[in-house]
Design a protein around this ligand. Sequence first.
Ligand code: DAH
Length: 344
Amino acid sequence: MASESTPQQLLATALADGLAQIEASDSTDALKAVLTGLTGKKGSLVAIRSSLGKVDDLEARKALGQLVNEAMTTLEEASVVRSRALRANEFAAQIEQERVDLTELAMSAQASRRRGRMHLVTQATERLEDVFVGLGFQIAEGPEVETDFYNFEALNMPPSHPARSMWDTLFIESDIEGSVVLRTHTSPVQIRVMKEWPPPIYAIMPGRVFRKETPDATHMPVFHQIEGLVIDRGITFADLAGTIESFTKAFFGPGFTSRLRPSYFPFTEPSAEFDIRRPDGSWIELGGCGMVHPHVLRAGGLDPNEWSGFAFGFGIDRMAKERHGVEDLRDMYSDDVRFTEQFS
Ligand code: DAH
């Protein structure tokens, strides 16, 4: 009869067996089960440890206890190594499984004529243009790099006029310091249009504008505005209010209305801000407007005794943000197609 195995032999066998099982596990789940079977409460090593109580010699018992602990550590370390390898394999398999075959994508895109999407601001600009063209307006554009003259002076803000501080201005280096700016609004295009087009003028002027702002949820250093200018004989504030109201209904829908609140802009007198009332009763602050100031008419080469007019301007990005419930303006410029896709 074979003599009974010593605890050391049992331990050596359990360890070798455990290492083999660890090496043989083919998934992280299987590995976890193996490890529990070895070192868990009911595991084989724990059984060996319990049997140590039967060893009478204290020193021998201690030495064996030490060996059991070492075996446990060895098994745990081996399982960590194995687990890493398995995870790497599983990740590689997942990558392979989720691999996008671009050939196929290109082919199906071609098949379904899938195209890119227009940016929310582009969509809004085009709709605004459609609505105003429908109201009889023409579209004009001006340069993004402007002179101080067009951006401020011609708009009734001589050098060091306090109202200039309403716009945090970005300057372009130039021979005469401060004489060239990135336009802070689309209002300078009013002057260019007045100088170039014989009145009567019914014009809208969309475009990019620039301000020295730190980007946050409601501000961007680069954004878009649309300017409106009407010059004709006998134009009154009632024409301004009526145009804003017609635009509101045509652009937002029949359930929307507008209101004007007294305000101040150097280029209009009187000036107002206008808000749009949603069907639920809430208000969107949209922009500024007013009767074109006589100084501005003159800067545009028009005689204030013959011509009068109104102007308005508002932010396109902010309007699109309000209209579509976009929480953070920065999302609009994240270059993430998943954002753009929501709005087509
Ligand atoms: N230019 C103004 C701004 O950027 C907005 C504005 C107000 C435009 C009144 C106008 C106007 O044409 O009449 O804050």
